[in-house]
Design a protein around this ligand. Sequence first.
Ligand code: ADP
Ligand code: MG
Length: 703
Amino acid sequence: MLQIRDIHKEYKTGSLVQKALDGVSLNLRDNEFVAILGPSGSGKTTLLNIIGGLDRYDSGDLIINGVSTKRYRDRDWDSYRNHTIGFVFQSYNLIPHQTVLSNVELALTISGISKRERKQKALEALEKVGLREQAHKKPNQMSGGQMQRVAIARALVNDPKILLADEPTGALDTETSVQVMDLLKEVAKDRLVVMVTHNPELAEEYATRIVRVKDGRITGDSDPFEPEANPDAAAPVHKNLGKASMSFLTALALSFNNLWTKKTRTVLVAFAGSIGIIGIALILSMSNGVNTYIDRIEAQTLSQYPLSIERSSISFISMMMVSTDTWEPAAEGEITEVPSVGQLLSTVQTNDLISLKNYFDSDATNIYELTNGVEYSYGIDPQIFYYEKGTGKYRQVNPNNDFASMGLSSGNVFSSAYSMNVFFEMPENESLYIDQYDIKAGRWPENSQEAVLVLSVNGAVTDYIIYAFGLRDPAELDKMVRDFSNGLEVVTDQEYYTWHYEDFMGTTFKVVPAYEFYKYDDKNKVYVDMRNDNDYMKDLMGKSQDLKIVGIVQPKAGEDIYMLNSGIYYGKNLVEELRESAENADIVKAQLADREVNVLTGERFDEEEPDFDMSKLFSIDEDKIQDAFKFDEDKLTIDEEAFGDMSGIDLSGALGSVMPLQMSHTARHSSHSIFSTSGRVSSISVSFSAHSSIFSQSRPEDA
Ligand code: ADP
Ligand code: MG
């Protein structure tokens, strides 16, 4: 029995507050078929998500079998969602390249049962929806109605007490809708089914009870239910989850498996790559006996990292001087104030790159002959989209914002390491890298509409690239990220697949010039961001340029150094074209014509908040950082071998106080110790708590 008591829910976006539920009370029987009817925007989905534990209420209470959820913790919600609830969505959310059977099985994987049992249960669930015979088909070989029945089988496979369906027939024609409704009616015989719909005829015909919702309130109920009061509805109880929910780290480790287990390098190489050899040498010079180490790092980094000159730079040497420890001890009863902000910011320098380029291009130097190559980059990150056949939507795959909700937004030093972009620009001079690779399929790109997939040296790509290609259901990823940012435990399916060249070859993405996202609004005299307008975006995609995968390459075996890490690479000419077309765009011209006023807001720039984007100051090689860390089942461990002999090196002081590496997470998991070696480093921990340093150091015990 579910009791919803005076639930309120608001969504706040910026200064806008949207009331989604405004005092909803509703009691649901253990066994009935409830249809929730109401116009679009009335709060139906919100209500369903709150009932299912996918979303939290602001006030009120959801009472499950007499137990209040007011004091539910994430674990309790997890347990409830995993064991009591089955979800069916309008858009099926099936994984296109998986068979029907494995789509259903996947929902069971997390429960830790044997493969045979899993298959048997999945087949039983498919039997219930009349699709046992189709178990080996792929979703894209099925009709919409069949796909929805697979989704229902998937929701039923754990035998949940409550099935929630959000507009399950919303994408179906009348005839197939009827089949799905018949099935739901059958399912409702021995459980509670709550279905959201805006089709009154279907609701009337199939549901046993109709609840009407408008403007976040209940306006009608055909069969209200008043259970007897339960006096001891107090403390939440939760079932033991068994293996159902993995620890967050296990899940993260599994889902991003490939990312963390590439060729192992040291974390110091990662730092050397990101802050330059000077910085790392300084850190290491604080300890003794590391000369050979430095030599190795020098050799590795300098050969693999080009010398790069950024527009802004910061002196790490001065950064290290900002330490309160170097000041005279304060007199008893006094506290010394040490300048740090000003000192830090005063070291930020701006390089005049235009003059530098002019100089390079002039006769005054022969830099082009002295070096292997000089590349100029303009900071243009193409807007790339992937068309999802399943939902008919375009999903942005570059730049990638999947992780923005984790609090890893820009302006954060480490955001670049976690941006997880998979698209990269190829260096202009192909002779620098072309010999380092074998062509596995197709050919290298020849124009701006072509791209190449670069595999790792072992012929692998990360699952993240698989998501970008739409080969895995992005809903999986969305859910992981959502759960993660809600502080829930991340659950993954644990299955990793083998793919074939054909799965990637010929895949076509869409590239949209960024200025096309904005439309001029005559009334307000500003350019409006249209990215949330589906029709506008669809239309835009229709006329946008293709980016097609024409080849797959892999580093040649035995090659020690290769320039392109695994990813999707487009040519420099794409960036060039985007840059040129932007010059002629109205919005760009308008902005250039009046540099004082922001064409997006109509406000003067100096009235706006200044942005200080730390990430511009650093460039961090993602792969190097990721290489350095390797996840273990229940604790983060650093590959000790990769670290070499760390005894005698006191990094705790160096890394802890000198590198203010911010990694803000919204997740509430704190301080997972990453390694602990003998000697003076008692532990360095990677902290996942909000706004703490990645290398927050714990107190050395045996220093
Ligand atoms: P329905 O499913 O009945 O169409 P929803 O429950 O999706 O309605 O939405 C109810 C109201 O809450 C709408 O005004 C919607 O715009 C708003 N809303 C829903 N989800 C969000 C969200 N994540 N952020 C902001 N507003 C939201
Ligand atoms: Mg809805």
